[in-house]
Design a protein around this ligand. Sequence first.
Ligand SMILES: *Cc1c(COP(=O)(O)O)cnc(C)c1O
Length: 378
Amino acid sequence: MQESWINKVRTPCYVIDEKRLKENLEILKSVKERSGCKILLAQKAYSVFQTYPLIAEYLDGCTASGLYEARLGFEEMAKPFGRENHVFSPAYLDEEFDEIAKICGHISFNNIRQFEKFKDRAKNASCGIRINPEHSTQEHAIYDPCGEYSRLGTTLANFPDLPEGVEGLHFHTLCEQNADALAETMAEVVKKFGKYLGRIRWLNMGGGHHITRPDYDIDLLVETIRFWKNDTYGFEVYLEPGEAIALNAGYLVTTVLDTFTNGMDIAITDASAACHMPDVLEMPYRPNIRGAGAKGEKPFTYRLGGNTCLAGDIIGDYSFDSKLCEGDRLVFEDMAIYSMCKNNTFNGMALPWIYLLKENGGTELVKSFSYEDFKERL
Ligand SMILES: *Cc1c(COP(=O)(O)O)cnc(C)c1O
Protein backbone atom coordinates (compact mmCIF):
# COMPACT_ATOMS: atom_id res chain seq x y z
CA MET A 1 0.00 0.00 0.00
CA GLN A 2 1.33 3.43 -0.91
CA GLU A 3 1.52 6.05 1.79
CA SER A 4 -0.93 8.87 1.12
CA TRP A 5 1.64 11.66 0.82
CA ILE A 6 3.16 10.10 -2.28
CA ASN A 7 0.19 11.10 -4.42
CA LYS A 8 -0.27 14.50 -2.81
CA VAL A 9 3.07 16.08 -3.63
CA ARG A 10 3.83 17.79 -6.91
CA THR A 11 6.47 15.95 -8.92
CA PRO A 12 9.33 15.89 -9.47
CA CYS A 13 10.13 16.63 -5.84
CA TYR A 14 12.43 15.77 -3.02
CA VAL A 15 10.84 14.77 0.25
CA ILE A 16 12.91 14.98 3.40
CA ASP A 17 11.85 12.44 6.00
CA GLU A 18 12.01 14.23 9.33
CA LYS A 19 11.66 11.03 11.35
CA ARG A 20 14.59 9.36 9.57
CA LEU A 21 16.66 12.53 9.86
CA LYS A 22 16.06 12.57 13.60
CA GLU A 23 17.00 8.91 13.90
CA ASN A 24 20.33 9.68 12.21
CA LEU A 25 20.89 12.68 14.44
CA GLU A 26 20.21 10.58 17.54
CA ILE A 27 22.93 8.13 16.46
CA LEU A 28 25.39 10.96 15.83
CA LYS A 29 24.57 12.50 19.18
CA SER A 30 25.30 9.20 20.91
CA VAL A 31 28.70 9.07 19.15
CA LYS A 32 29.42 12.58 20.48
CA GLU A 33 28.40 11.63 23.99
CA ARG A 34 30.34 8.39 24.07
CA SER A 35 33.54 9.65 22.44
CA GLY A 36 33.62 13.31 23.46
CA CYS A 37 34.13 14.40 19.85
CA LYS A 38 32.30 17.20 18.10
CA ILE A 39 30.31 16.59 14.92
CA LEU A 40 29.71 19.12 12.15
CA LEU A 41 27.36 18.98 9.17
CA ALA A 42 29.30 19.01 5.87
CA GLN A 43 26.97 21.20 3.83
CA LYS A 44 28.36 19.97 0.53
CA ALA A 45 26.23 16.82 0.90
CA TYR A 46 23.12 18.35 2.38
CA SER A 47 22.22 22.00 2.83
CA VAL A 48 18.46 22.16 3.28
CA PHE A 49 18.84 24.98 5.75
CA GLN A 50 15.16 24.86 6.63
CA THR A 51 16.04 21.78 8.70
CA TYR A 52 19.09 23.38 10.37
CA PRO A 53 17.11 24.28 13.51
CA LEU A 54 16.55 20.55 14.03
CA ILE A 55 20.17 19.67 13.21
CA ALA A 56 21.42 22.36 15.59
CA GLU A 57 19.67 20.55 18.45
CA TYR A 58 22.02 17.61 17.94
CA LEU A 59 25.25 18.72 16.26
CA ASP A 60 27.98 21.25 16.98
CA GLY A 61 27.82 23.27 13.81
CA CYS A 62 28.54 23.31 10.10
CA THR A 63 31.48 23.05 7.79
CA ALA A 64 31.81 24.68 4.40
CA SER A 65 33.90 24.46 1.25
CA GLY A 66 33.99 28.19 0.58
CA LEU A 67 32.29 31.51 1.19
CA TYR A 68 28.75 30.70 0.10
CA GLU A 69 28.40 27.55 2.19
CA ALA A 70 30.13 29.33 5.05
CA ARG A 71 27.59 32.15 4.83
CA LEU A 72 24.73 29.68 4.83
CA GLY A 73 26.12 27.89 7.88
CA PHE A 74 26.65 31.21 9.62
CA GLU A 75 23.23 32.67 8.84
CA GLU A 76 21.19 29.56 9.43
CA MET A 77 23.06 27.70 12.17
CA ALA A 78 26.04 29.40 13.78
CA LYS A 79 24.42 32.77 14.39
CA PRO A 80 20.88 31.79 15.39
CA PHE A 81 21.89 28.76 17.46
CA GLY A 82 25.37 29.66 18.67
CA ARG A 83 27.03 26.77 16.86
CA GLU A 84 30.50 26.51 15.30
CA ASN A 85 31.28 27.46 11.72
CA HIS A 86 34.24 25.80 9.99
CA VAL A 87 35.63 26.12 6.47
CA PHE A 88 38.14 24.37 4.25
CA SER A 89 38.91 25.40 0.69
CA PRO A 90 41.72 24.22 -1.59
CA ALA A 91 42.53 27.89 -2.18
CA TYR A 92 40.84 31.00 -0.79
CA LEU A 93 39.93 33.99 -2.93
CA ASP A 94 41.62 37.18 -1.87
CA GLU A 95 38.43 39.24 -2.18
CA GLU A 96 36.42 36.72 -0.14
CA PHE A 97 38.81 36.03 2.67
CA ASP A 98 37.94 38.87 5.04
CA GLU A 99 34.29 37.86 5.03
CA ILE A 100 35.23 34.23 5.61
CA ALA A 101 37.43 35.24 8.54
CA LYS A 102 34.56 37.23 10.02
CA ILE A 103 32.05 34.37 10.01
CA CYS A 104 34.24 31.27 10.55
CA GLY A 105 35.72 30.32 13.88
CA HIS A 106 37.87 27.60 12.33
CA ILE A 107 39.69 27.93 9.01
CA SER A 108 41.61 25.04 7.46
CA PHE A 109 44.17 25.74 4.76
CA ASN A 110 45.27 23.35 2.06
CA ASN A 111 48.97 24.00 2.58
CA ILE A 112 51.46 26.11 4.50
CA ARG A 113 51.68 28.62 1.66
CA GLN A 114 47.94 29.40 1.90
CA PHE A 115 48.21 29.70 5.67
CA GLU A 116 51.15 32.13 5.43
CA LYS A 117 49.32 34.20 2.84
CA PHE A 118 46.18 34.69 4.92
CA LYS A 119 47.20 34.20 8.56
CA ASP A 120 47.33 37.89 9.47
CA ARG A 121 43.75 38.31 8.26
CA ALA A 122 42.60 35.21 10.19
CA LYS A 123 43.65 36.38 13.63
CA ASN A 124 40.22 35.79 15.19
CA ALA A 125 39.91 32.24 13.86
CA SER A 126 41.58 29.03 14.92
CA CYS A 127 43.68 28.00 11.92
CA GLY A 128 44.45 24.51 10.74
CA ILE A 129 46.21 22.80 7.87
CA ARG A 130 44.84 19.92 5.86
CA ILE A 131 47.24 17.02 5.65
CA ASN A 132 47.40 14.21 3.13
CA PRO A 133 48.38 10.97 4.86
CA GLU A 134 48.88 9.36 1.41
CA HIS A 135 47.03 6.27 2.48
CA SER A 136 44.14 5.23 0.22
CA THR A 137 41.48 3.02 1.76
CA GLN A 138 38.96 3.00 -1.09
CA GLU A 139 38.81 2.53 -4.83
CA HIS A 140 36.75 5.40 -6.25
CA ALA A 141 39.59 7.50 -7.74
CA ILE A 142 37.30 10.53 -8.08
CA TYR A 143 36.72 10.49 -4.31
CA ASP A 144 40.25 9.64 -3.26
CA PRO A 145 42.29 12.61 -2.03
CA CYS A 146 45.23 10.27 -1.32
CA GLY A 147 45.78 9.36 -4.96
CA GLU A 148 48.79 10.31 -7.08
CA TYR A 149 49.24 14.06 -7.73
CA SER A 150 46.42 14.88 -5.32
CA ARG A 151 45.63 18.57 -4.98
CA LEU A 152 43.99 18.09 -1.57
CA GLY A 153 46.05 18.33 1.60
CA THR A 154 49.76 18.61 2.37
CA THR A 155 51.97 15.54 2.25
CA LEU A 156 54.64 14.97 4.86
CA ALA A 157 57.34 15.86 2.32
CA ASN A 158 55.80 19.34 2.07
CA PHE A 159 55.31 19.74 5.82
CA PRO A 160 58.76 20.41 7.30
CA ASP A 161 57.45 21.89 10.53
CA LEU A 162 54.24 23.01 12.20
CA PRO A 163 54.07 26.76 11.53
CA GLU A 164 53.68 29.13 14.47
CA GLY A 165 49.97 29.94 14.89
CA VAL A 166 48.60 26.67 13.51
CA GLU A 167 46.26 25.15 16.09
CA GLY A 168 44.74 22.27 14.19
CA LEU A 169 45.20 19.60 11.56
CA HIS A 170 42.57 18.30 9.18
CA PHE A 171 42.36 15.19 7.04
CA HIS A 172 39.57 13.95 4.83
CA THR A 173 40.29 10.71 3.00
CA LEU A 174 37.25 8.46 3.42
CA CYS A 175 34.11 7.98 1.37
CA GLU A 176 31.13 5.93 2.58
CA GLN A 177 33.44 3.91 4.81
CA ASN A 178 33.33 2.02 8.06
CA ALA A 179 35.32 2.67 11.23
CA ASP A 180 38.07 0.20 10.31
CA ALA A 181 39.14 2.55 7.50
CA LEU A 182 39.35 5.42 9.99
CA ALA A 183 41.37 3.38 12.49
CA GLU A 184 43.76 2.38 9.72
CA THR A 185 44.04 5.95 8.41
CA MET A 186 44.60 7.33 11.89
CA ALA A 187 47.47 4.88 12.43
CA GLU A 188 49.04 6.22 9.23
CA VAL A 189 48.47 9.84 10.31
CA VAL A 190 50.22 9.09 13.60
CA LYS A 191 53.08 7.35 11.83
CA LYS A 192 53.68 10.29 9.49
CA PHE A 193 52.51 13.37 11.40
CA GLY A 194 52.79 12.11 14.98
CA LYS A 195 55.52 14.64 15.77
CA TYR A 196 52.94 17.45 15.35
CA LEU A 197 49.97 15.79 17.04
CA GLY A 198 51.11 16.62 20.55
CA ARG A 199 51.29 20.30 19.64
CA ILE A 200 47.80 20.90 18.24
CA ARG A 201 44.50 21.77 19.91
CA TRP A 202 42.22 20.04 17.47
CA LEU A 203 42.20 17.31 14.86
CA ASN A 204 39.48 17.23 12.23
CA MET A 205 38.99 13.69 10.87
CA GLY A 206 36.90 14.87 7.92
CA GLY A 207 33.86 13.14 6.49
CA GLY A 208 33.16 9.87 4.71
CA HIS A 209 32.23 8.12 7.96
CA HIS A 210 29.06 6.16 7.13
CA ILE A 211 28.03 6.23 10.77
CA THR A 212 24.27 5.93 10.31
CA ARG A 213 24.44 2.84 8.10
CA PRO A 214 23.10 -0.27 9.89
CA ASP A 215 26.38 -2.24 9.76
CA TYR A 216 28.60 0.67 10.85
CA ASP A 217 30.89 -0.25 13.72
CA ILE A 218 30.11 2.57 16.14
CA ASP A 219 32.00 0.90 18.99
CA LEU A 220 35.21 0.92 16.96
CA LEU A 221 34.67 4.58 15.99
CA VAL A 222 34.18 5.57 19.62
CA GLU A 223 37.14 3.48 20.74
CA THR A 224 39.41 4.97 18.04
CA ILE A 225 38.47 8.56 18.89
CA ARG A 226 38.80 8.00 22.63
CA PHE A 227 42.17 6.30 22.27
CA TRP A 228 43.83 9.12 20.30
CA LYS A 229 41.90 11.97 21.88
CA ASN A 230 41.77 11.08 25.56
CA ASP A 231 44.43 8.46 26.12
CA THR A 232 47.17 9.77 23.83
CA TYR A 233 47.13 13.40 22.72
CA GLY A 234 44.37 15.32 24.49
CA PHE A 235 43.26 17.27 21.45
CA GLU A 236 39.67 18.03 20.49
CA VAL A 237 38.35 15.78 17.71
CA TYR A 238 35.96 16.91 15.00
CA LEU A 239 34.11 14.70 12.55
CA GLU A 240 32.39 16.38 9.63
CA PRO A 241 30.17 13.82 7.90
CA GLY A 242 27.82 14.88 5.14
CA GLU A 243 26.18 11.68 3.92
CA ALA A 244 25.73 10.16 7.36
CA ILE A 245 23.53 13.04 8.49
CA ALA A 246 20.79 12.57 5.93
CA LEU A 247 21.51 8.99 4.83
CA ASN A 248 18.25 7.30 3.81
CA ALA A 249 16.37 10.36 5.05
CA GLY A 250 14.88 11.58 1.80
CA TYR A 251 13.24 10.58 -1.45
CA LEU A 252 12.89 11.77 -5.00
CA VAL A 253 9.30 11.28 -6.14
CA THR A 254 8.64 11.16 -9.85
CA THR A 255 5.72 10.54 -12.17
CA VAL A 256 5.76 8.24 -15.19
CA LEU A 257 5.03 10.42 -18.22
CA ASP A 258 5.01 7.79 -20.96
CA THR A 259 5.86 4.16 -21.66
CA PHE A 260 6.69 2.36 -24.92
CA THR A 261 8.74 -0.52 -26.25
CA ASN A 262 11.95 -0.44 -28.28
CA GLY A 263 13.58 -3.83 -27.81
CA MET A 264 12.63 -3.54 -24.15
CA ASP A 265 10.02 -1.63 -22.19
CA ILE A 266 10.97 1.97 -21.55
CA ALA A 267 9.42 4.54 -19.23
CA ILE A 268 10.03 8.28 -19.30
CA THR A 269 9.82 10.01 -15.94
CA ASP A 270 9.66 13.65 -14.94
CA ALA A 271 12.89 13.18 -12.96
CA SER A 272 16.19 13.26 -14.81
CA ALA A 273 19.37 11.44 -13.86
CA ALA A 274 21.47 14.20 -15.40
CA CYS A 275 19.68 17.03 -13.57
CA HIS A 276 18.24 15.59 -10.39
CA MET A 277 20.45 12.63 -9.46
CA PRO A 278 23.81 13.46 -11.02
CA ASP A 279 25.66 10.96 -8.82
CA VAL A 280 23.78 8.16 -10.60
CA LEU A 281 25.84 9.06 -13.67
CA GLU A 282 28.93 10.40 -11.92
CA MET A 283 29.58 7.92 -9.09
CA PRO A 284 27.96 5.82 -10.69
CA TYR A 285 25.34 3.99 -8.67
CA ARG A 286 21.82 2.64 -8.91
CA PRO A 287 19.28 4.16 -6.53
CA ASN A 288 16.62 1.87 -5.10
CA ILE A 289 12.98 2.40 -5.98
CA ARG A 290 10.44 1.57 -3.32
CA GLY A 291 8.69 -1.70 -4.24
CA ALA A 292 10.82 -2.35 -7.34
CA GLY A 293 13.44 -5.01 -7.99
CA ALA A 294 16.50 -5.58 -10.12
CA LYS A 295 16.15 -6.18 -13.85
CA GLY A 296 14.18 -9.41 -14.37
CA GLU A 297 13.50 -9.99 -10.69
CA LYS A 298 9.80 -9.08 -10.94
CA PRO A 299 7.55 -9.73 -13.95
CA PHE A 300 7.77 -6.31 -15.65
CA THR A 301 11.17 -4.78 -16.38
CA TYR A 302 11.58 -1.21 -17.62
CA ARG A 303 14.46 1.02 -18.49
CA LEU A 304 13.75 4.30 -16.72
CA GLY A 305 15.01 7.53 -18.17
CA GLY A 306 14.56 11.24 -17.71
CA ASN A 307 12.77 13.79 -19.82
CA THR A 308 15.86 15.43 -21.34
CA CYS A 309 17.39 15.09 -24.80
CA LEU A 310 20.55 13.47 -23.44
CA ALA A 311 20.64 9.88 -24.74
CA GLY A 312 22.47 8.81 -21.60
CA ASP A 313 19.90 10.28 -19.21
CA ILE A 314 19.14 6.79 -17.96
CA ILE A 315 18.41 6.07 -14.33
CA GLY A 316 18.62 2.31 -14.70
CA ASP A 317 16.69 -0.91 -15.35
CA TYR A 318 14.09 -1.87 -12.75
CA SER A 319 11.39 -4.51 -12.48
CA PHE A 320 7.88 -4.13 -11.07
CA ASP A 321 4.98 -6.36 -9.98
CA SER A 322 2.66 -4.80 -12.54
CA LYS A 323 2.90 -2.81 -15.76
CA LEU A 324 3.86 0.83 -15.36
CA CYS A 325 1.20 3.30 -16.49
CA GLU A 326 1.24 6.97 -17.29
CA GLY A 327 0.68 8.83 -14.04
CA ASP A 328 2.22 6.17 -11.78
CA ARG A 329 4.41 7.51 -9.04
CA LEU A 330 7.87 6.12 -8.27
CA VAL A 331 9.80 6.81 -5.08
CA PHE A 332 13.59 6.79 -5.31
CA GLU A 333 15.19 6.07 -1.95
CA ASP A 334 18.12 7.83 -0.29
CA MET A 335 17.90 11.03 -2.28
CA ALA A 336 18.47 13.68 0.39
CA ILE A 337 22.25 13.67 -0.01
CA TYR A 338 24.35 14.92 -2.90
CA SER A 339 21.17 15.61 -4.82
CA MET A 340 19.51 18.99 -4.16
CA CYS A 341 22.86 20.71 -3.76
CA LYS A 342 24.07 19.31 -7.09
CA ASN A 343 20.95 19.95 -9.16
CA ASN A 344 21.09 21.78 -12.43
CA THR A 345 18.57 23.01 -14.99
CA PHE A 346 20.20 21.44 -18.03
CA ASN A 347 17.81 21.25 -20.98
CA GLY A 348 15.43 23.60 -19.18
CA MET A 349 14.47 20.95 -16.67
CA ALA A 350 12.54 22.20 -13.66
CA LEU A 351 14.22 22.00 -10.27
CA PRO A 352 12.27 19.56 -8.08
CA TRP A 353 10.29 21.16 -5.29
CA ILE A 354 11.33 20.32 -1.76
CA TYR A 355 8.93 18.98 0.85
CA LEU A 356 9.35 17.96 4.45
CA LEU A 357 7.57 14.76 5.54
CA LYS A 358 6.64 15.51 9.13
CA GLU A 359 6.65 12.89 11.85
CA ASN A 360 2.84 12.95 11.92
CA GLY A 361 2.73 11.88 8.26
CA GLY A 362 1.81 15.29 6.84
CA THR A 363 3.89 17.06 4.21
CA GLU A 364 5.02 20.65 4.24
CA LEU A 365 6.27 22.46 1.13
CA VAL A 366 9.69 23.90 1.95
CA LYS A 367 10.64 25.30 -1.43
CA SER A 368 9.11 25.67 -4.85
CA PHE A 369 10.87 26.55 -8.10
CA SER A 370 9.74 27.94 -11.42
CA TYR A 371 10.86 29.12 -14.84
CA GLU A 372 12.58 32.11 -13.20
CA ASP A 373 15.07 29.81 -11.45
CA PHE A 374 16.12 28.47 -14.85
CA LYS A 375 16.31 31.90 -16.47
CA GLU A 376 18.05 33.67 -13.60
CA ARG A 377 21.08 31.40 -13.79
CA LEU A 378 21.89 32.50 -17.32
C1 LIG B 1 32.94 15.98 1.15
C2 LIG B 1 33.61 16.36 2.40
C3 LIG B 1 33.04 16.00 3.63
C4 LIG B 1 31.79 15.16 3.74
O1 LIG B 1 31.95 13.91 3.20
P1 LIG B 1 30.80 12.78 3.27
O2 LIG B 1 31.35 11.70 2.41
O3 LIG B 1 29.56 13.37 2.71
O4 LIG B 1 30.64 12.40 4.68
C5 LIG B 1 33.70 16.41 4.77
N1 LIG B 1 34.85 17.12 4.71
C6 LIG B 1 35.41 17.47 3.54
C7 LIG B 1 36.68 18.27 3.54
C8 LIG B 1 34.83 17.11 2.34
O5 LIG B 1 35.39 17.45 1.17
